[in-house]
Ligand binder design. Structure first.
Ligand code: ATP
Length: 806
């Protein structure tokens, strides 16, 4: 238009429009869904604003969406979608339609541009939504006429037009020369492409709305239709009515299928028959069904629930399950609700689950949307992903969010939602929706249940019973099944935790050798949240959890053992005493005690943490947190570990012999033999540290000793020097480097927080035992829950971490 400045689209918009126009031909139906959804949002915004500022309602009485298609005499075909929503100021037209502020857009662009597969692009649209730009799928030229609602800030809004054509990379915004014709709201006029004339057909539009948009809005959608009818009429009457004909866009809309008939005299009508062919204009209410939550569940198909979910929560994927219920809040407010369990978690969820607030509880009062923000503590954090629509019957319509929050109703609603959510999860867990659904539930939510059991004390038991964990005997078990299958006399739930390791890795751990060989089941915990979870649950059916990497492992059937067994143990202690003493002296400072093990089968030795000592992972964590590493308590706790030796291992037997062969105290020392034993012991202990997951005090010394021992076993000279000559680096480079050329990708060098290892190892206390580090543990636990959560992945993928294997 005259005087309007052409403006360039922001580059992302230009890219997006190009994709829309070039590659989405087969998905172009989506435009209608997108525009209706925008209209709905604008109407909702208006309604919510009107709660605090009545004047926004001025200009147009009804809140609705209208669709009109017409073909001009010059052949141009137009489809017009109009809403009486909040409207846009000229600045908003430029900002909202000329720039892209949507999150995820660049990701979408990168994916869509990189993909030649159009069906894939179709999926992408579903996931991201193209919004307004989808209008260019069917239109050569688009005009957006908008008149913003009156507000205190903007008491005299005026109507502006945004226009753009599919080819140009520019758009214009200019005042509408017709004045404020809309009353209020936005009208999108699409000049249809020649190959898109099917969208003129009311049947096509009706079908599309029914298929994709019947759940996108609770505001009425009216479609303008015309049909010809033969009616019996006096000639004079027909003329009078024709004169009274009103322009289509000023038609009144009634509650029901309102219609204003305008009658045209057709030239070919035969006067003598006293009937006329007339054109009847009619506004057809397209979404006249009551909203889905008000309907009887028996009459609703799965497909309808799915479509409703997708339209309401803008999620392209199907929900995993839903629960449709009605109730009474207890304070007398009746409501109806549908609760949905999504089939995926937002990527963002695990970035900060302890901070995520529920944002998808859509509260309505008598079908009118009020808010989806019920405040920070609307639900426990673990449940913040649940999607719910609630329609309450008799809350005052003008409740603001602030007054709402203090309402009893809200508190009651929250606990009802959590209760129903838990019921639905339990139902899925019990395979009642099918095995696939149960599998999906655990695949997606297993870690959420662990988090919930830690965070939500009230529902700890219910959530913990949903958790599945891998063991040395089966891929997964629930705590209930574990306890049901325990061995006679077993008084503990055995677990081994080493974050980042796969169950297969953990199953080979030295700590569970004997348990496994004897047929005991051990939980193998490799997820960051696992140990925090078992620590917080503490006991299951009265059985405490026992970390098998800690000292004092009891199988539970010791009392059933014959006396001889105990005597044998005493004998072993006696028999190995010389070696135990020698080892104690040699390892003092690194290890607190050396004992004959009852947990080993094939390995010669292992290092276990004492009840109050840190397990390997905790030590790792502390080393990474340098400040607490300096803490005396932590330093002490790190040293609380025991070396266990396997009396049946030939290596240990051999070592015992060598120690026994040493000259006695009174005789002269055989220094050479002593050194050799010391060297073997130091390698053995260091290997045990590594195998048990601890850090070796000095890796360099360790390697040098290994080098000597390996040489000896190969018969190579122990002292022969290695040729250490190397080629020196060339002289200092002369040319100056261009920055851009040197811009390399270093993303692979970033540290994976999981690899840092996070572990909490609060000891299982025997009855009546005092925990000496009580206060410290609390602090430590809180920090670790945070850290573990940050390291948690969305799905249960077990990733082994790099490990210095021997
Ligand atoms: N009918 C309308 N009335 C008022 N504002 C609108 C209307 N249509 C679009 N807008 C504004 O333009 C913005 C951009 O719209 P667009 O459809 O491109 O994206 P979106 O609606 O934010 O996201 P999506 O459609 O993917 O959910 C909207 O956020 C809204 O502010």
């Amino acid at each position: 238009a005259d005087g309007a400045q052409k403006q360039e689209y922001q580059s992302d918009v230009a890219r997006l429009r190009k994709i829309v126009i070039n590659s989405l031909y087969s998905h172009r139906d989506v435009f209608l869904r997108e525009l209706i959804s925008n209209a709905n949002d604008a109407l909702e915004k208006l309604r919510i604003t009107s709660l605090t500022d009545k004047q926004v309602l001025g200009g147009a009485d009804d809140l609705n969406i209208t669709i009109v298609a017409h073909k001009n005499e010059d052949g141009t075909a137009k489809l017009v979608i109009r809403d009486t929503g909040i409207g846009m100021t000229p600045e908003e037209l430029t900002k909202n339609l000329g720039t892209l502020a949507k999150s995820g857009t660049s990701e979408f662009l990168a994916k869509a541009e990189g993909s030649t597969d159009t069906s894939n692009t179709g999926n992408l649209i579903g996931a991201f939504g193209l919004g307004f730009y989808s209008s260019f799928l069917i239109a050569d030229k688009v005009y957006v006429t908008s008149l913003a609602a009156k507000t205190a800030k903007n008491p005299n809004p005026s109507q502006y037009v945004f226009s753009s054509s599919a080819e140009d990379s520019t758009f214009e915004v200019y005042p509408d020369e017709r004045g404020n014709t809309l009353g209020r709201g936005t009208e999108i006029t699409m000049v249809l492409k020649n190959d898109a004339l099917e969208y003129l057909d009311p049947v096509t539009i009706t079908e599309l709305v029914n298929k994709h948009s019947s759940f996108s809005t609770t505001f009425p959608i009216y479609l303008f239709t015309q049909r010809t009818e033969e009616i019996e009429v006096e000639a004079e009457d027909a003329e009078t009515e024709a004169e009274e004909q009103e322009p289509a866009d000023e038609l009144e809309i009634d509650e029901e299928e309102a219609l204003v008939e305008d009658v045209e005299e057709e030239k070919e009508v035969e006067q003598k028959k006293e009937t006329k062919t007339v054109t009847v204009d009619k506004w057809v209410h397209l979404n006249s069904q009551p909203p889905i939550w008000m309907r009887d569940p028996k009459t609703i198909t799965d497909d309808e629930y799915t479509q409703f979910y997708q339209a309401t929560f803008k999620d392209h994927q199907k929900p995993l399950a839903w629960h449709h219920f009605s109730g009474d809040s207890g304070s007398g407010t009746a409501f109806r609700a549908i609760l949905f369990i999504p089939s995926h978690l937002d990527d963002k969820y695990w970035q900060n689950p302890l901070q995520s607030a529920a944002k998808d509880i859509r509260l309505m009062v008598k079908r009118v949307f009020i808010t989806s923000d019920l405040g920070e503590d609307a639900l426990p954090k673990w449940a913040s992903w649940v999607k719910v629509v609630v329609d309450a019957e008799d809350l005052p319509l003008n409740v603001s969010r602030e007054t709402l929050q203090s309402r009893k109703f809200l508190k009651q609603l929250q606990s009802i939602i959590v209760k129903r959510l838990l019921q639905t999860l339990q139902r899925l867990h019990e395979n009642k929706d099918g095995e696939l659904e149960a599998w999906q539930l655990h695949h997606i939510y297993n870690n959420v249940f662990k988090l919930g059991a830690v965070e939500d004390m009230r529902n700890r038991e219910k959530l913990a019973s949903l958790v599945k964990l891998p063991t040395n005997q089966r891929n997964e078990t629930t705590l209930n099944d574990y306890v049901a299958d325990r061995k006679e006399g077993q008084k503990q739930i055995f677990y081994l935790a080493d974050m980042g390791k796969t169950p297969e890795d953990l199953a080979k751990s030295v700590f569970i050798e004997k348990l496994h060989a004897r047929g005991y089941e051990v939980l193998l915990l490799g997820e960051p949240l696992d140990e925090v979870f078992v620590q917080n649950v503490g006991r299951w059916k009265k059985l405490p959890f026992q970390d098998v990497a800690k000292a004092g492992l009891k199988f539970g059937d010791e009392e059933l053992d014959p006396k001889e067994e105990k005597e044998r143990q005493n004998q072993l202690n006696e028999e190995f005493k010389p070696l135990l003493d020698f080892l104690k002296k040699e390892t003092a400072g690194v290890i607190r005690d050396v004992v004959v093990s009852n947990r080993l089968v094939t390995s010669p030795c292992a290092i276990v943490a004492d009840a109050y000592g840190y397990t390997a992972n905790m030590a790792k964590l502390l080393n990474s947190q340098q400040k607490s590493g300096a803490n005396v308590v932590h330093d002490y706790a790190k040293r609380l570990r025991t070396l266990e030796i396997n009396p049946k291992s030939p290596l240990i037997e051999g070592l015992l012999k060598r120690v026994e062969q040493l000259p006695s105290e009174e005789e002269e020392h055989d220094l050479e033999a002593e050194d050799e034993i010391k060297e073997v012991i130091s390698v053995l202990v260091d290997s045990a540290l590594v195998r048990s997951g601890f850090e070796v005090p000095s890796a360099n010394d360790f390697f040098q000793r290994m080098d000597r021992i390996l040489r000896r076993s190969l018969g190579v000279s122990e002292t022969a020097p290695t040729d250490t000559t190397v080629k020196p680096a060339p002289p200092v480079a002369q040319e100056v480097l261009d920055d851009e050329e040197y811009d390399f990708d270093d993303s692979h060098m970033q540290i994976d927080p999981e690899a840092l290892g996070l572990k909490v190892g609060k000891p299982v206390l025997k009855d009546g035992e005092e925990d000496p580090f009580k206060a410290d543990w609390k602090e430590f636990k809180r920090e670790n829950l945070k850290a573990a959560v940050e390291g948690q992945e969305g799905e249960s993928t077990q990733k082994p971490i790099g490990h210095d294997e021997l």
